[in-house]
Design a protein around this ligand. Structure first.
Ligand code: TYD
Length: 227
């Protein structure tokens, strides 16, 4: 299996365990003597981090859905130009943490037409679509349990006026908490619908199980896709 020059994205609902699987893939590539570049979306570049701040630091209910969607696209246009494309052209594996697939889930769940997201995506990244997108599937109830959001929600909001870092983290939780469970159910359905229309290969992985079982499926999918 040769992952050099491939763009592999992990995505899924909040609390899907993406971070753990990303770390394991990086370790697998290291063990095989490969080189990887991590691409965080939204963010991942100095300009992208500033856009991420705007997106996640404020109550999203105040932001027009078109503005939100365009900001996500702007952040990844920069990410692709500055990080993803150069890394791929050097033969590195790009390990992506979310991408256009997330906009197809969260912003489509918020009412945006999916065709428009794909068209905007083409404008933002041209032909730099992932070779493989792995969707780690969990129902929102379990995702919330894992991120502790249910508990926080019951206790009320965190301190949104603390230091810069905390404010960012808390404000982000707030922004997403205000969106009801029904919204997160739609997000999950939108992730599951991706293989029907997303450019590039999409595989759905059951992420309700423990991290070892999930990673064993990730490896199987990678074998199928790249050997
Ligand atoms: P982040 O702090 O990156 O969360 P995570 O660690 O779960 O990736 O915040 C990303 C949040 O923004 C997450 O709740 C999903 C949402 N999001 C969108 O709504 N649209 C998008 O296009 C992307 C990339 C993320």
């Amino acid at each position: 299996m040769d992952l050099g020059g491939k763009y592999i994205v992990f995505d899924g609902p909040d609390g899907s365990g993406k971070g753990t699987q990303i770390d394991r893939l990086k370790a697998l590539i290291d063990a095989a003597g490969g080189r990887w570049t991590y691409a965080k979306d939204p963010g991942g570049t100095p300009i992208g981090e500033r856009i991420r701040h705007i997106l996640l630091g404020y109550d999203l209910s105040l932001m027009a859905p078109r503005c939100e969607t365009l900001l996500f696209m702007a952040s990844r246009a920069q990410l692709v130009a500055e990080i993803v494309r150069p890394a791929l052209s050097e033969g590195r594996t790009v390990v992506g943490d979310r991408f256009i697939s997330a906009t197809c889930a969260y912003q489509v769940a918020a009412g945006f037409p999916r065709e428009d997201i794909i068209a905007l995506g083409r404008l933002a990244v041209e032909d730099t679509w992932p070779d493989l997108t792995l969707i780690l599937d969990v129902p929102p109830e379990l995702g919330f349990q894992r991120t502790g959001r249910t508990e926080k929600h019951q206790k009320g909001r965190g301190d949104a006026h603390g230091d810069q870092l905390n404010m960012f983290a808390d404000a982000h939780v707030d922004a997403m908490e205000r969106r009801p469970l029904e919204f997160h159910r739609r997000v999950r359905e939108c992730f599951l619908a991706l293989p029907e229309y997303y450019p590039g290969r999409v595989e759905i992985i059951d992420a309700t199980r423990d991290a070892n079982a999930v990673f064993s499926d990730v490896k199987k999918v990678l074998q199928r896709a790249f050997s």
